[in-house]
Design a protein around this ligand. Structure first.
Ligand SMILES: [Zn+2]
Length: 331
């Protein structure tokens, strides 16, 4: 029996691709940075910055039912440390009850902690005092040093998930810390960049971001990076090479804390307390990343293209985002 002839699908030639309406639109732009991070700015979809403002998330848990609120300390695992004022805790560190790593695990070694930066249920990170923010960062430094002192530990990640789109499971604001005996492949790009002549590399990188700086103090700069994978993404970077978070001076830690607090304050003011993630990248054991913080406001969702390519569509140019955030910095 003769095979049936396959039906041909006839497409238009690629040269026909530009339709008249395309010609009126501004052009999009791919960017790749010195760490090989990639983004496509979709300028033709851009909205005015004010249109990104979010409806504020209303907290529905009553403080009496919240395990992180004052008075409910007995409902959490045993406290690791606290910072007190007038006999009341202001910051508490506890083991995470729902840990992902554990010192007794052979194949997922590490420790998982929760850092609660305020006893007040309805406060957010940007609403705690500057003094408390500095204390919080001093605690980060102390916990980082404590975990790194464990010979098996290779990396310590400190992060914050805020709001439902940021993946927060409890609405009382808090941070988490995960120490582990692995180096994260995702950080290789930074290690690679700073491998040789790290001071020169830091200077080259920060010079390339200079036009987007929107806040700086003596030791730290804040900017929306050339490759921003999220709308209004912000990075907080020490000006000096900082290969050991543990060794940052008291003054450097203070400036690092204050710059992060100012950045979140500007994001909250401009976008009306959106969901976000903050990630602190300190150096890993034996590897050199420049200690820095990345902040991802979670306004639009990542979807198939982003997950598949690790290259995001972003409708706000970082040059525009930094100008807008600068207007919202509290002086
Ligand atoms: Zn609470």
């Amino acid at each position: 029996m003769a095979l049936k002839k396959k039906k041909q699908i006839k497409s238009k030639p690629l040269s026909d691709y530009i339709f008249p309406e395309h010609k009126k639109m501004p052009e999009n732009e791919f960017r790749i940075d010195c760490f090989n991070r990639c983004v496509i700015y979709t300028v033709n979809r851009s909205k005015r910055p004010q249109q990104f403002s979010q409806p504020k998330v209303v907290k529905s848990t009553k403080p009496a039912d919240c395990v992180f609120c004052q008075g409910n300390e007995s409902k959490t695992p045993k406290e690791i440390c606290r910072y007190e004022e007038r006999g009341k805790w202001q910051i508490r560190v506890i083991p995470n009850k729902f840990y992902g790593v554990h010192p007794a695990y052979e194949k997922a070694y590490g420790r998982h902690e929760v850092i609660i930066e305020t006893p007040e249920h309805f406060k957010t990170f940007s609403e705690i005092t500057p003094k408390q923010t500095v204390k919080l960062f001093e605690i980060f430094q102390e916990r980082y040093a404590a975990h790194m002192a464990d010979k098996k530990v290779k990396s310590v990640m400190i992060f914050k998930n805020e709001g439902p789109l940021g993946g927060a499971s409890l609405e009382h604001t808090h941070w988490q810390l995960v120490s582990s005996d692995i180096l994260y492949p995702e950080n290789d790009k930074y290690v690679e960049y700073f491998k040789n002549y790290p001071e020169e590399q830091l200077k080259r990188w920060l010079d390339s971001e200079k036009e987007r700086f929107f806040y700086k103090n003596k030791n730290v700069v804040v900017f929306c990076p050339y490759v921003s994978k999220f709308n209004f993404e912000v990075w907080v970077v020490p000006k000096k090479l900082s290969i050991d978070f543990e060794k940052m001076t008291k003054e450097e830690i203070k400036d690092f804390a204050m710059a992060t607090h100012k950045a979140i304050g500007a994001i909250d003011k401009m976008l009306n307390f959106p969901s976000y993630n903050i990630v602190l990248f300190p150096s890993e054991k034996g590897e050199n990343l420049q200690t820095h913080i990345q902040i991802y406001p979670r306004i639009s969702n990542w979807a198939g293209f982003e997950y598949g390519t690790n290259c995001a569509f972003n409708s706000v140019l970082p040059e525009v985002a930094s100008q807008e955030l600068k207007k919202n910095i509290k002086r």
